[in-house]
Design a protein around this ligand. Sequence first.
Ligand code: SF4
Length: 443
Amino acid sequence: MNSSKTSIQFECETGNYHTFCPISCVSWLYQKIEDSFFLVIGTKTCGYFLQNALGVMIFAEPRYAMAELEEGDISAQFNDYNELKRLCHQIKKTRNPSVIFWIGTCTTEIIKMDLEGLAPKIEAEIKCPIIVARANGLDYAFTQGEDTVLAALAQRCNVVPTKEEISGINPNLILFGSLPTNVSKMLTYELTKYEIPIQGWIPTATYRDLPDLTDQTLICGVNPFLNRTATTLMRRKGCKLISAPFPIGPDGTRGWIEAICEAFNIVPKGLVEREKQIWKSLAPYLALLKGKSIFFMGDNLLEISLARFLTRCGMLVIEIGIPYIDKKYQAAELKLLKQTCDFMSVPIPRIVEKPDNFHQIQRLNESKPDITITGMALANPLEARGLNTKWSVEFTFSQIHGFSNARDILELVSRPLRRNENLTQLGWFKLVKDQNDQTVAKV
Ligand code: SF4
């Protein structure tokens, strides 16, 4: 048997790839935590990025702001403590948040600004919790920004003794990961059907409602990029992690519910039928996608879960690029990927951690996939060279979790195919010259 079919091979490249800066997480987290304010402490570069990446949101008086560092801050002529205190006072006066998040950036890392040291002092003075998250572009990619914020937030959860502690084992469940409210409600509903005792979510809609933890708390993540949050909850708060695939696609959602039920010794009746029903409803999309090849350039850490689901849909995944992979936290997801490949009788795709976009483009030229999932920097240039692309960032902002949202994933993936099929009829498919080609190719 081919060795690539029997085990997952990981490769690592140079890390020379496009992704969003992790400070972008403020855009969805300030909306999720309604009584929060995010202060990004960085330079104009960070400000420009946020302003451009978040599009029209910036006109809606968002609850985030930049503390722009100046020459004097960097050369330590100004006093960080006084400057930050002044800003936080102002935020408290004008917005009255229940919590202020300080988002560290590359510059605060490089000049070694002691944010963790300053925060408790200013917190005591202005009487408003200040939480520090180092969501900088030096250490992290895109969605990992949320992970740094949630890990810092998790530290603020109280560990309380329960009366059940006296009477014996009475575990409860905390789910972590920021999802739109209707999606988190839907996942909660799926679990309550099986009488799983859900204590709460991290994050909550308001900081004040942050759930308490007990020494019986089990935790489970909904997204593959939350390994630091999981580690913080385990190491600092004594919670136990349920290793589960992520609830993306009907297969992942079923696996996620099953793993949680198993941890609570519950048999999830009717779950297999539920999954079958969803697959049936996806039939028109499956017919379109079956046999098509797909290439993930990798920039948001959702890649393995999406690739696993699309493999199950009958697609052939050529490469899974991914910025970072925590093999322990993603163990159940990787196991399901392997099972899915075996089930579909396809080889396990190559997984490339910290990919190199230049090398990936060579591989794209060789493999010519039907769809390439990539960022906005490369999407248009690849389209002009005749490759169908889908912007990866849309998977981060769309609702992709749970049974009912599986359809939305396939809608996103198949859209470029459907659109370009129509355009091909016009005769223009490839709009730039190949290196060896002297004429503009018209297919
Ligand atoms: S990568 Fe660093 S400098 Fe650039 S926007 Fe992000 S935090 Fe700011």
